[in-house]
Design a binder for this molecule. Structure first.
Ligand code: NAD
Ligand code: UFG
Length: 357
């Protein structure tokens, strides 16, 4: 069998860059398509470097998913075995302020991608869904069969895309689609050369902790300490970014299963950790004190969310290997090496006329 070629949309972002590295190391040829709105071109250069001899199997296009002509061009020049679709906007608060931006970017982008895929006979897809589709779960762990709901426009885009995928599979069983519902990715590649570098003010817990640790912020605001949990703070299922990336490689291999259809898998660890437990783990591995300010609950936050991992373990033959201290250690290593994220002065070769970097 020849080398498999995978298109990765949003491949320069946090989860995308780690996944692209694992794909290259796994022997796949990877084409990344990203508009770099929330990513650095340096991430791609570093992935190429980290992949060593496999680095030449990566090519990168600076393209917006909604640019149909550009997508057509990429699909016309390469026959893809599958697509991993990460590209999307993901800030819950921003999605409430700017719903049309989210519906346009996430929905129009995905529909354009699916149409171009269908036109070129590429019908294998892995899509980045989210635990957000479980809303405020009535029961934990969340299984793939738990009731679904969306609490904000971001969540509604995830739910809508899941439904679109189920519909296109119903209409054409030639599609093979895996919907991955991620829980809370944390940490960085152990090299410390790639990691999470959100543009603007971060929304999520650990990017904020990391900014407090390096003095970019005075304290962490804890949203709510009156939940019915071990210490009153919210509980989540934090998963190491490298485990999550490996989950995508497992999902890609599963697409070879002739009976796969359109199927959902949770990617989490199955363990719940509170905000204070997470902060303690980070303080332990970094030796840094994280000052805390207790505040009220953040609107829309659920109390306890963690995954049932049985289905992914059984059917993808994948299981998260790392614990919260590993996540915090890798995060701290990335932060120490890149306290302000990716540098801007690193040499970036000019892109060519096709937007290829
Ligand atoms: P990210 O912002 O780091 O990566 C997304 C990438 O997509 C960025 O590089 C961005 O530049 C690109 N992009 C966005 N819109 C685009 C468009 N129209 N055309 C081309 N490129 C575009 O985010 P991430 O954390 O890596 O998340 C990846 C995916 O996983 C997203 O779909 C997100 O909703 C989903 N997800 C993330 C989390 C999380 O906590 N990080 C949890 C669940 C699901
Ligand atoms: N938290 C704080 N202070 C902060 C930020 C967060 O106390 O400054 C708390 C939250 O209240 C919550 C926990 O830390 O209890 C985790 O919050 P995150 O914002 O890091 O993560 P969420 O679980 O709320 O949401 C994230 C993404 C969603 C995604 C979901 C599941 O933002 O888009 O994980 O994957 F859907």
């Amino acid at each position: 069998m020849g080398q498999k070629v995978v298109l990765v949309t949003g491949g320069a972002g946090y989860i995308g860059s780690h996944t692209v590295l694992q794909l290259l190391l796994g022997g796949f040829k990877v084409v990344v398509m990203d508009n770099f709105n929330n990513a650095s071109e340096i991430a791609m250069l570093r992935v190429r470097e980290l992949a060593g001899e496999f680095g030449n199997n990566l090519s990168v296009h600076k393209v917006d998913l909604r640019d149909r002509a550009a997508l057509e061009g990429i699909f016309a020049s390469t026959r893809f075995d599958a697509v991993i679709h990460f590209a999307g906007l993901k800030a819950v608060g921003e999605s409430v302020q700017k719903p049309l931006l989210y519906y346009n970017n996430n929905l129009v982008g995905t529909i354009t991608l699916l149409e171009v895929m269908a036109a070129h006979g590429c019908k294998k897809l892995v899509f980045s869904s989210s635990a957000t589709v479980y809303g405020w779960p009535k029961q934990v762990p969340c299984t793939e069969e738990s009731p679904l709901s969306a609490l904000n426009p971001y969540g509604r885009t995830k739910l809508a895309i899941e439904e679109i995928c189920r519909d296109i599979y119903r209409a054409d069983p030639g599609w093979k689609i895996i919907l991955l519902r991620y829980f809370n990715p944390v940490g960085a590649h152990p090299s410390g050369y790639i990691g999470e570098d959100p543009h603007g003010i971060p929304n999520n817990l650990m990017p904020l902790v990391q900014q407090v640790a390096v003095g970019r912020r005075p304290a962490l605001t804890v949203f709510g300490n009156d939940y019915n949990t071990v210490d009153g703070t919210g509980v989540r299922d934090y998963i190491h970014i490298v485990d999550l990336a490996d989950g995508h490689v497992a999902a890609l291999r599963k697409l070879d299963d002739p009976n796969i259809g359109c199927v959902v898998y949770n990617l989490g660890t199955g363990k719940g950790t509170s905000v204070l437990e997470m902060v303690k783990a980070f303080e332990k591995v970094s030796g840094k004190k994280i000052p805390l300010v207790m505040a009220g609950r953040r609107p829309g936050d659920a109390e306890i969310v963690y995954a049932s991992t049985e289905k992914a373990e059984r059917e993808l033959n994948w299981k998260a290997k790392y614990g919260i201290e590993d996540m915090c250690r890798s995060l701290w290593n990335w932060v120490c090496k890149n306290p302000y994220g990716y540098p801007s002065e690193e040499y970036i070769p000019p892109s060519n006329a096709n937007g290829e970097i």
